[in-house]
Design a protein around this ligand. Structure first.
Ligand code: PHB
Length: 564
């Protein structure tokens, strides 16, 4: 039967890949996009359907991406994993925008007590690269990496002020092909009336008018373009050459300001911030931060180990993305090849592939990362908390040592309260005689192994704590004990909370070297000596802590990682 509905306009089919393009790299990126579109988790069979690739191909690509730490298998599902954030981090570090302008945006948010964000132009859309969020009445909070249609955010009208006729044509084609904004999962879909042709014409006229107004005024207002109540004012930030590199938005709600009053309320401070940002962009280029990517030897070893389960051309192509970073914004082909540990010809083909897909741009012999790199799972992974990051490593640890594992943080309620540890995850050993640790439970810090490693790392907590527990060393003994814990890098505690209980714990450090949590293994002492327990548990415990720390470094580079 014929479909009675008119068929929607289709976007122009994507250009065919150039002959030099690396097919496996394109397929691996398609798998990452499909996994992102599925919300970060998908059954392998669904990825096969979404990508149209053979099952064996998807399996090999997932195995390769797994080796890189970008995805993880959980039962029959593939799940995006935190190390994938390193691709978006490479883009953010290369632009230097969050590093240079982020602190100024945060200060503006404090001064106005409103949310402030930074967005960059990305095709006919805008993509967030920094968020200082203070959301109250507003339901929607965008994440770093989220993409909005240009016509639905205050920065979009500023960016469109620089569009060439071809850009407008692309915008109109996209609007016609996707009137409900289905291609932008970060925004609520348009109401049917707005998505209908008449609504679309009204919307186009409105956007053109806002672009013209923004060009004249130098700022732009979003009066509830995204959802009822949400309003924003944005100004462009220009580099010394006069190009708009990003826009700063102050975001509020009609319950705090009528939309018409928002510009007057925020523009003076917003203007001052933009001036400070433009000054910050004239500062000398930041020092190059050495790339700690995986060397060519790592790829060769992975190939030897995994055989067909490691597609080297994928690992090589993705290494091109992490060749960029702080002080490495625009690289020649030779610089890319050297940083990625690749022959020039290989780096060149990877760059051709990545440029075809919109992840890199090249002109005048220099290559750059494009904001689209953030579409590879960045927004999806950006809400991860420390327990989220730690859980898979704790599960693996508990399985490996056959004992219960836990993650704990230090808490203190009130100025002179006794420091306590709070367990945020407990993973049970798969056996009958096991120690149960309930998430949320607390214990006096000095009486537990986790507490002692955290007190030992804390400049003040350990020294000022009052002892209350029966066998805990008194105030005179504690500094000595904590010095010992600090020197050993772990604590072993026997029998202090409960007879027969023994726990061993090590600290977990964040990217700045602060001990933010403790990772522990709990067991019944039985007749094992403490030395025997250490020998059985510590190596695995240290490896698990190092794995959590690696994830925390990547995830915490541009995003605050919530502790519990
Ligand atoms: C935001 O950062 O959430 C934001 C920015 C600009 C808008 C709306 C929301 O127009």
């Amino acid at each position: 039967m014929e479909n009675p509905l008119p068929s929607p306009a289709r976007p122009a089919p994507p250009a065919p890949p150039p002959p030099e393009a690396v097919a496996p790299l394109m397929r691996a990126l398609a798998v990452l996009r499909a996994l992102t579109a599925a919300g970060g988790r998908a059954a392998v069979s669904d990825l096969v359907r979404a990508t149209g690739l053979p099952r064996a191909t998807v399996d090999r690509l997932l195995s390769t991406l797994g080796r890189l730490g970008y995805v993880r298998a959980e039962g029959r599902d593939a799940v995006l994993a935190p190390a994938l954030l390193e691709l978006g981090n490479a883009y953010l570090a290369a632009t230097g925008l969050p590093d240079r302008l982020g602190p100024l945006a945060d200060r503006l948010a404090d001064a106005l007590d409103e949310s402030v964000s930074l967005a960059v132009p990305d095709g006919d859309g805008l993509r967030f690269v920094h968020q200082a969020t203070r959301r109250r009445a507003v339901s929607l909070a965008f994440r770093i990496g989220d993409l909005l249609p240009a016509e639905r955010g205050a920065p979009g009208a500023l960016f469109a002020a620089d569009w060439a006729p071809a850009d407008w044509q692309r915008w109109r084609a996209r609007r016609a092909a996707d009137p409900a904004d289905a291609g932008f999962p970060a925004v609520p879909p348009r109401r049917p009336a707005d998505a209908a042709p008449a609504g679309g014409r009204r919307l186009a006229a409105d956007f053109t008018a806002r672009v013209a107004a923004a060009r004249t005024a130098g700022w732009s207002l979003d009066d509830q373009l995204i959802e009822p109540g949400l309003i924003a004012v944005a100004m462009p930030v220009r580099d010394p050459a006069g190009r708009t590199v990003c826009a700063v938005s102050v975001v509020s709600h009609t319950s705090r300001h009528p939309a018409a009053a928002l510009p007057d309320a925020v523009l003076p401070r917003l203007r001052a911030t933009v001036l400070a940002m433009e000054r910050a962009l004239t500062a000398p280029a930041p020092a190059v931060v050495a790339d700690d990517g995986r060397p060519a030897a790592w790829r060769r070893a992975s190939k030897r180990q995994l055989g067909p389960g490691f597609v080297e051309s994928v690992a090589r192509g993705l290494a091109v993305l992490t060749a960029f970073g702080t002080g490495r914004a625009a690289l020649t082909l030779s610089a890319v090849a050297e940083a990625a540990g690749l022959p020039r010809a290989t780096a060149r083909r990877a760059l051709i592939t990545l440029e075809h897909l919109g992840y890199t741009t090249g002109d005048g012999g220099r290559f750059r990362l494009a904001p689209r790199v953030l579409e590879l799972g960045f927004a999806r992974l950006s809400g991860l908390t420390l327990p989220d990051l730690a859980r898979p490593h704790l599960t693996a640890l508990a399985e490996r040592v056959g004992e219960s594992a836990s993650l704990a943080v230090l808490t203190a309620d009130g100025a002179d309260a006794q420091p306590a540890v709070q367990y945020v995850i407990g993973v049970l050993a798969a056996r009958i005689m096991r120690v149960t640790i309930s998430p949320g439970s607390r214990a006096p810090a000095h009486a537990t192994a986790a507490g002692r490693v955290l007190l030992a790392a804390s400049p003040t907590a350990g020294r000022t704590a009052r002892p209350e527990h029966r066998t805990a060393p008194g105030p005179a003994g504690r500094p000595f004990l904590l010095d010992r814990v600090r020197a050993d890098g772990h604590a072993l505690v026997d029998d202090e909370l409960e007879p027969g209980l023994r726990s061993v714990a090590v600290p977990v450090h964040d990217g700045d070297g602060r001990a933010v949590a403790a990772l522990g293994v709990s067991t019944h002492a039985g007749d094992r000596s403490p030395a025997a327990t250490r020998a059985a548990v510590l190596p695995a415990l240290r490896e698990a802590a190092a794995a959590v720390e690696a994830d925390l470094r990547v995830a915490g580079r541009y995003l605050p990682v919530a502790l519990p």
